[in-house]
Design a protein around this ligand. Sequence first.
Ligand code: ZN
Length: 321
Amino acid sequence: MPGVLGLHHITAICGDPQENVDFYAGVLGMRLVKRSVNQDDPFTYHFFYADGAGTPGTDLTFFPWPHLPPARYGPAKALEVALAVPAETLPYWAERLERYGISVRATERHFGERALTFTDPHGLRLALVEVAGRDAVPWEESAVPPEKQIRGLHAARMLVRRLGPTVAFLERVFELTREGVENGWHRYSIGGQSGTLLEVREDPEGISGEWGVGIVHHIAWRAADEEHQRELRGRVERAGCRPTPVIDRFWFKSVYFFEPGGVLFELATDGPGFAVDEDPAHLGESLILPPWLEPRRSVIESRLPVIRYPPLLSVSSDERE
Ligand code: ZN
């Protein structure tokens, strides 16, 4: 049985929920494929942004916790999410981001990748990386034209105090292979493919990172199905990490654990997917609760802030031909 299949989703902590929706669904033009709540903290939203179909590997999710202090970047935390965009679209993205007040930096990174780096309105570090030939299901209602839309997760970056234990884990348990190192970032992947990349840097002296507004909460990795997840969970346990039991997240099944460097990882199944409890044509339009929270729907709804969706930005559709 193979190791992980690549990135499944990445979850981050944000501030004000409406600002988060306006930026990811509006400015970045991603589809809000699920509007739910944090299953461990049901008075907090959980937003899932993805391609038009919520394909595993395209999904960036957020817990809005505006009461938290700003995050501290440091060892044992993941700190940047790179998203794939089609080749030759960075000029479009630079102009679009600047128009909405986001300052961007053009960079050239590993293996000649062209990227724009910037932070989201709440401080999360993002990169848009040009990737040729990566498909995704377009979201027809996006303010971003289909040929320029984000194609999904490309890579994540994380810091650890000691490189050795983490890379041994990535190689032996996840079966990622080392691609090289640049500026201290050690890159691992499955065959170099977009959507499977993880970059790790050692920071032996740094103050440990802290969760807060504007940082990655966890990185989830794809398991094909429940059997594959069980196999991977066993490997994680044998490697000395302490995985949780399988938790039913309704749209997928999850197992959580801290990798040897202290970053929170998840193993998530590809199915059943976001259309299991909603009409695929109307994903994200209303609040979806897992069945065990349905009896509390009225109290949960009364305590969640009202969200305007689609955001005003995407309604204008100003640059679509
Ligand atoms: Zn997750």
